[in-house]
Design a protein around this ligand. Structure first.
Ligand SMILES: Cc1ncc(C[n+]2csc(CCOP(=O)(O)OP(=O)(O)O)c2C)c(N)n1
Ligand SMILES: [Mg+2]
Length: 287
């Protein structure tokens, strides 16, 4: 039941420091220790400050039990109707369009996979895929902080070593946290990583007045060299720029038995249907 509720327990400097308004880190240095409490107040259901005077002896388990008794169960969450993304289009030297890519990615998934997708056009495309039995899909949906998915996939891989972890990230998001790929190598984990290289922040291009504006470009990295540079030895890596290469790489990735890192190169404007829909209505979004 607590899956839909979040309890955030935060430590503070000791009461002595607070009463003297001591200058300490994790504060703004102005002696005000309740600033963060005040900031979060409007966006939480309830909050309380626990200190020795009001809580003689309480353990986190007791708090969770008491909270669980008070919270109502949610049974009526609306769910999206999912359907298959259909058959992939394109073959051989055909470019990797959205209609070529997303059904192929959906077909690549196996039962019990864990898919982690970063914010951007790719998660918008995969969000409508029918997942195989027992598979899970993690993304941030709203308030997404790009770069989250690469380390999140590492966390997932650590937490569920018996399941295959598939990371799909735009290259813009990946550039913020790509160093975390090294953690998979360090701990001998074998994720399947797809980096969608569409030469920039595509979702941002689709949501601004001048799609080609320079701040949506990103530096052109040699992505497939990253695993090696980051200590991930023996991984299968590939850079694919047409449907034939993509098919080969997906096939090899499925059989690799090692870590996998595939850079998927598309046109700068090859966007998933939801991303295109947002583009069509962006003027209303920002009225
Ligand atoms: C930390 C952070 N900075 C900026 C943004 C705004 N933002 C959201 S999506 C996005 C672009 C993502 O680009 P990419 O990962 O290449 O995916 P694409 O849309 O190109 O498929 C940006 C800059 C954000 N959400 N979080
Ligand atoms: Mg991109």
């Amino acid at each position: 039941m607590l899956a839909k509720e979040i309890l955030n327990l935060v430590g503070t400097p000791n009461m002595g420091a607070q009463s003297t308004r001591a200058l300490m880190h994790h504060t703004l240095g102005n002696g005000e220790y309740n600033l963060f409490q005040r900031m979060t107040e409007p966006v939480v259901c309830a909050q309380a400050v626990m200190h020795p005077q009001n809580v003689a002896s309480v353990e986190i388990g007791d708090i969770l039990k008491a909270l669980a008794q008070r919270l109502q169960k949610h049974h009526s969450w609306k769910r999206l109707q999912v359907s298959s993304l259909g058959e992939p289009v394109g073959q051989g030297s055909d470019p990797i369009t959205a209609a070529a890519l997303y059904p192929r990615w959906a077909n690549f998934l196996r039962p019990n996979d864990i898919l982690v997708a970063d914010s951007g056009t790719a998660s918008m495309g995969l969000g409508f895929a029918r997942m195989p039995a027992g598979a899970s899909f993690h993304n941030q949906t709203l308030w997404g902080s790009i770069g989250w998915a690469t380390p999140a996939a590492f966390g997932v891989a650590i937490a569920a070593p018996e399941r295959r972890v598939v990371l799909v990230t735009g290259e813009g998001a990946h550039q913020l946290t790509a160093q975390e790929v090294s953690q998979f190598g360090r701990l001998g984990l074998r994720p399947v990583i797809f980096v969608l290289n569409n030469s920039g922040y595509l979702i941002e291009r689709l949501l601004c007045k001048d799609p080609a504006i320079a701040y949506n470009d990103v530096a052109p990295w040699r992505y497939t060299e990253l695993p090696h540079a980051l200590g991930c030895d023996g991984w299968f890596t590939a850079r694919v720029a047409n449907c034939g290469e993509l098919d080969q790489a997906l096939d090899a990735a499925g059989k690799a038995g090692t870590g996998v890192y595939v850079e998927v190169v598309t046109d700068a404007y090859a966007a998933s249907p939801l991303a295109l829909k947002l583009h069509e209505s962006f003027r209303q979004l920002y009225k």
